[in-house]
Design a protein around this ligand. Structure first.
Ligand code: PXG
Length: 290
């Protein structure tokens, strides 16, 4: 595997960062997770846009332009001969001192890892997930805005640990007001009486790229889509539920906090959206090879 670090490629063994990098010392940095399907990078521009938005919020100067970042990402896929896979893009504050002052970090670091993807087991998709809400609430906008895809994922990791301790793969995180925000690494949707609902970004949901694709596909299919505040009660009484993310794509949810959702199996509209999503990944994306 060849890993991009600040303009050069390194083998897996030689791809190293300093112990003084503030990405490591303080979680001071940002990241993206992107999919490669059929020799194309899916929704590359949207991911790079989101990276730059996260950087802006953290006053982090990405040393590459938007265009250069897209090119470096595609080139890293090419160097690794990938046609299917997963890209992890990171920008850290760079090497500084042991103090937390980011001004001591002169050069932010750009790291791009492109690898094969570890897919979720097929039974998640066939049977659907059983998930729970957890005590850890999503970060406040006024503290660490959940829209920033930062390298500090402890809020989500704590929630994931709570889900895992209860034998679940994913957790539903509420915001401080008790409304549904999102899952630890996925957005959440419900279907009720033929309409699609997902929490608004203001509830603490990440501006998920998969979320946006699913909203667009649903509208194209003639479905009504809205983004109201949702409570656990709304989830429990949904006809269908699913979560979305770059890695997960769309995964049906069949039980929430012990309540069976709809008929307790992946629903028809969810399946239709999964098909549309797969069809799109077959034809869309930034070509890696000529
Ligand atoms: N919410 C959060 C908090 C996320 O981190 C999503 C929603 C879904 O967004 P996208 O743009 O992927 O549709 C994410 C995505 C991984 C991985 O390795 C993915 C995410 C976070 C951590 C790991 O698949 N995020």
């Amino acid at each position: 595997m060849k890993i991009y670090i600040d303009g050069k490629y390194y083998s897996e063994q030689d791809a190293k960062v300093s112990v003084f990098d503030h990405g490591l010392l303080y979680g001071d940095g940002i990241f993206e997770g992107i999919r490669i399907y059929h020799g194309r990078v899916f929704r590359l521009k949207e991911h790079i846009d989101r990276l730059f938005y996260s950087a802006k919020a953290l006053l982090l100067d990405i040393p590459l332009s938007h265009e250069e970042m897209m090119r470096a990402t595609v080139e890293t896929c090419r160097q690794n001969n990938l046609r299917e896979g997963y890209i992890r893009l990171l920008v850290t504050r760079g090497i500084g001192t042991l103090g937390l002052n980011p001004n001591r970090c002169k050069n932010p670091s750009v790291i791009i890892i492109a690898d094969k993807i570890q897919l979720y087991p097929p039974e998640y998709y066939e049977r659907g997930l059983q998930i729970i809400t957890v005590p850890t609430t999503r970060n406040l906008h006024s503290a660490l805005n959940p829209a920033i895809k930062s390298l500090n994922y402890l809020n989500n990791i704590l929630a994931k640990i709570e889900a895992n301790n209860s034998g679940c793969e994913e957790a539903i995180m509420l915001n401080a007001e008790g409304f549904v925000a999102e899952c630890t690494g996925d957005n959440i949707f419900i279907i009720k009486e033929g309409q699609l609902f997902t929490p608004p970004l203001s509830a603490g949901a990440l501006y998920g790229i998969t979320r946006k694709v699913v909203i667009d596909l649903a509208r194209e299919a003639g479905m009504q889509v809205s983004e109201p505040n949702l409570t656990r009660y709304d989830l429990f009484n949904a006809d269908e539920c699913f979560v979305t993310g770059t890695g997960a794509e769309l995964v049906p949810v069949v039980k929430i906090d012990g309540r069976v959702i709809g008929e307790g199996k992946p629903g028809a509209m969810t399946k239709q959206l999964v098909e549309r999503y797969h069809a799109l990944t077959k034809v869309s994306g930034e070509p890696i090879y000529d």
